[in-house]
Design a protein around this ligand. Structure first.
Ligand SMILES: [Zn+2]
Length: 451
């Protein structure tokens, strides 16, 4: 068996691992490269090793850094099955078309502003192509073994986001595990990752290889922030990712109101994609910690504003109220309209509840800039900026260490570290070398292993 690392090496994006036997070729994950321009450029290079001709793709979870390149293979003629958990299919059905639409908008923007070297900059794929590619998705339940040629596969639940799995591939008595993204033991919304079954080789994610999560209690932090914002009498604006984070925030706010720890006030979910994602989370409630009743409670108490008219009508709201809207790093989306309306008002609070990547509007606001540009206008930032820590969906290195201990792994396990920035990979390698007897390596981009 051969394994080729086609992405997710020394970066947290572009996860793609090609598994080959004499007769079978399968891609585990097919993510887009994101972030730095030199990384994104890889999305445009000729497809390596003819990966559009694989027999099938096995997908760990819906995040675009794991799934977002599948429509590109579809565009190049790939028509094989993409095996994944049914909840992941529900989430890809939202994320891929949205990704196509954003790429169309970017291409138009580059064209309009003459920012591209190309006369007519093309999107990587458009919304229509992304929607067509969805037909390739084939549902597979957790712990149900399936075959592609002479390789057998099984998915095991990993917490992280709805539907997320690790993949175990077996051929000729050798078992290779692909961790995908590993969730956290005490996630408020998701179940803890299940122990890994015995494998000989493990590709392990290392996003937080050099960081421990904040020990601060997110429930108490959120209680304090909302009470302070309510006392100020203004709007509480929460930029949020549509999938996972928005559902978690709704649940926490509705629960705190029911417990009378924060005052009752209107909560608006002003994101068409987050509204649809909330529906998917409700449909698959057996795969996370919330009961059907808790999902319904959140739906009943949160005001959904899918249409543009409904979204605009929120501006008439007076007194304390909460608006959850995309995007999570305030780089686009409806939150910008609310920013224009409220940032210059000292009664407003903005709460960032996720990681803010360098260079984004969110990162600048957290750093404390005095003015911020929104839709071409510089707006004075009078609002209070707050952060809610501890909601990450990724296990940190110590939590990964605990998960490995619970798993039935051999003492001489071969570990290849993937899905991490260089510092995180190095630190994870040091940590595992000190705490385990595993044979630990950092995976090389385009590197090939022979078993
Ligand atoms: Zn993920």
């Amino acid at each position: 068996m051969h394994l080729t690392f086609l992405g997710g090496c020394e970066t947290v994006t572009g996860s793609k691992f090609l598994l080959e036997t004499e007769t079978t070729r399968v891609l585990v994950d097919c993510g887009m490269f994101q972030g730095y321009k030199w990384l994104r450029r890889r999305n445009w290079q000729p497809l390596p090793l003819g990966i559009q001709h694989v027999d099938a793709i096995v997908l760990t979870h819906a995040h675009l850094d794991h799934s977002g390149f599948i429509p590109v293979l579809y565009k190049h003629g790939f028509r094989g099955p993409v095996y994944t958990h049914p909840a992941t299919i529900g989430l890809c059905s939202l994320l891929w078309p949205d990704s196509g639409k954003l790429q169309e908008e970017d291409a138009k923007y580059y064209h309009r502003h003459q920012l591209s070297r190309h006369q007519n900059p093309e999107p990587l794929y458009d919304q229509a192509m992304a929607e067509e590619a969805l037909q390739l998705l084939q549902p597979v339940d957790f712990k149900k073994t399936f075959h592609v040629g002479d390789i057998t596969f099984t998915l095991y639940p990993m917490g992280h986001i709805l539907g997320a799995a690790c993949v175990v591939a077996e051929h000729g008595g050798l078992r290779i595990g692909f961790s995908g993204d590993v969730g956290r033991p005490n996630d408020i919304l998701m179940m803890p990752p299940e122990p890994m079954p015995p494998v000989d080789v493990l590709l392990l994610e290392s996003t937080y290889g050099n960081q421990r999560h904040s020990p601060e209690e997110p429930w108490q932090q959120l209680t304090d922030i909302v009470n302070e914002a309510a006392a100020d009498g203004g709007a509480l604006l929460i930029p949020s990712f549509a999938v996972g984070r928005a559902q978690l925030l709704q649940h926490m706010l509705v629960t705190l109101m029911a417990q009378r720890k924060i005052p009752r006030m209107p909560i608006f979910l002003d994101s068409p994609m987050a509204i649809k994602a909330s529906g998917v989370y409700c449909n698959y409630h057996e795969f996370h910690r919330l009961s059907a009743a808790q999902c319904i409670a959140a739906e009943e108490q949160v005001i959904f504003t899918p249409s543009v008219e409904e979204s605009k009508s929120i501006a008439a709201q007076r007194g304390p109220h909460i608006i959850i809207a995309g995007s999570g790093m305030a780089t686009g989306g409806r939150i910008l309209h609310h920013f224009k309306h409220w940032l210059a008002d000292y009664r407003t609070t903005v709460l960032f509840a996720g990681h803010q990547a360098g260079g984004t509007r969110g990162a600048k606001m957290v750093q404390g800039v005095e003015r911020i540009k929104v839709h071409g206008d510089w707006i004075p930032l009078k609002a209070k900026i707050r952060r809610l820590n501890g909601l990450s969906g990724h296990a940190d290195y110590a939590e990964i260490g605990d998960w490995l201990k619970q798993s039935k792994l051999p003492a001489d396990l071969k570990v290849y570290l993937v899905h991490g920035e260089p510092d995180a990979l190095e630190a994870m390698s040091d940590y595992l070398s000190q705490t385990t007897s595993y044979d630990v390596h950092i995976a090389d981009y385009m590197g090939v292993l022979h078993f």
